[in-house]
Design a protein around this ligand. Sequence first.
Ligand code: NAD
Length: 286
Amino acid sequence: RGKRAFIAGIADDNGYGWAIAKALAAAGAEILVGTWVPAINIFETSLRRGKFDESRRLLNGSLMEIIKVYPLDTVYDTPEDVPVDVRTNKRYSGASNWTVKEVAESVKNDFGSIDILVHSLANGPEVTKPLLETSRKGYLAAISASSYSFVSLLKHFLPIMNPGGASISLTYIASERTIPGYGGGMSSAKAALESDTRVLAFEAGRKGKIRVNTISAGPLGSRAAKAIGFIEKMIKYSYANAPLQKELLADEVGNTAAFLLSPLASAITGSVVYVDNGLNAMGLAT
Ligand code: NAD
C-alpha cells in the first residue's frame, strides 16, 4: 500500500501545508489532515462545496483526496489541559477529541498507523510586536503553539508511526538572522523548533527509526503570513536579492517535503533544509 500521512496545519488552499499534501498525494500517499478547531467548519464546508477543486488538481489530472479531516488544537495535549472558557467557547464546543493525545488516538482507531507526520503550523499572538515589547504571556504562547506543538505531535504520534517513517516541520530564517517585524517571540520559537529538530532526530531515530527534518522556507503570502503584515515586502526583498530571481512557489516547498519524507532521503535526519531561492546564502542586499 501507499504511505499514510497526517498533516497538521491546513485550513485553506494557500499555505505550505496544502502544497505538501498535494505533493504527497501526487506521490501516492493517503492524506489525513489536522485543522485548527476554530477554522475546521469553514474548511470542511469549502472542501465539500468544491471551492478547492481547482487547487486539488494534481499533475496527472486527478483530484487530491483528503481521506479525513480531524479538528486539532496543538496548544493542548489532553482534555485536562483545556481551560473552561475554551471548552465552552462556541468555536470549540461543536467539536470533540481535538487535543493532541486524542487526535493521535482517533487516527490510531481509524487507521492503525501512519508513515509520515507533517507540522505546518505556527501562531504568535504578539507577532507584530518587537521582542522588547513582547509580554511573557505572548512569548510563551508563541513557543507553545509553534515549537512545543511539534514536540507534542511527535511524542503522541511516534507510537503509531511505522519504522522507516519521517516527519517534517516548517521554519523561517528569522531563527538565526534578525528579521525586524517577525516579533512576539516567533523568532525564538523557530530557533527552538530547529534545535528540537536535531534532538528529536536523535531520540525518534533511536526509539522508532523515524527521521526528523525541518524546511526553512522563503516568504509566501499565506493566511498566517498576511497576519504578520510585512509579507509583500519580504517577497519583494527576496525577489530582488536572492540568487534565483523568481517567485517562490508553495509547490517548491511541497516537492522538497515529499523528497525529505520519502525513502530517497533515507540518510537525512536532523537537518534544516533551505527552500528559499537561495536567499540564505547572501550576506549583502543587492
Ligand atoms: P497557513 O496559514 O497556511 O498555516 C498555518 C496554520 O496553522 C493555519 O492553518 C492555522 O489554522 C494553523 N494553526 C495555528 N494555530 C494552531 C493551533 N494551535 N493548532 C492547530 N493549528 C493551528 O500559513 P503558512 O505560512 O503556510 O504556515 C505553515 C508553516 O510555514 C508555519 O510553521 C510557518 O511559520 C511556516 N513558514 C511560513 C513562511 C511564509 O512566508 N508563509 C515562511 C517560512 C515558514
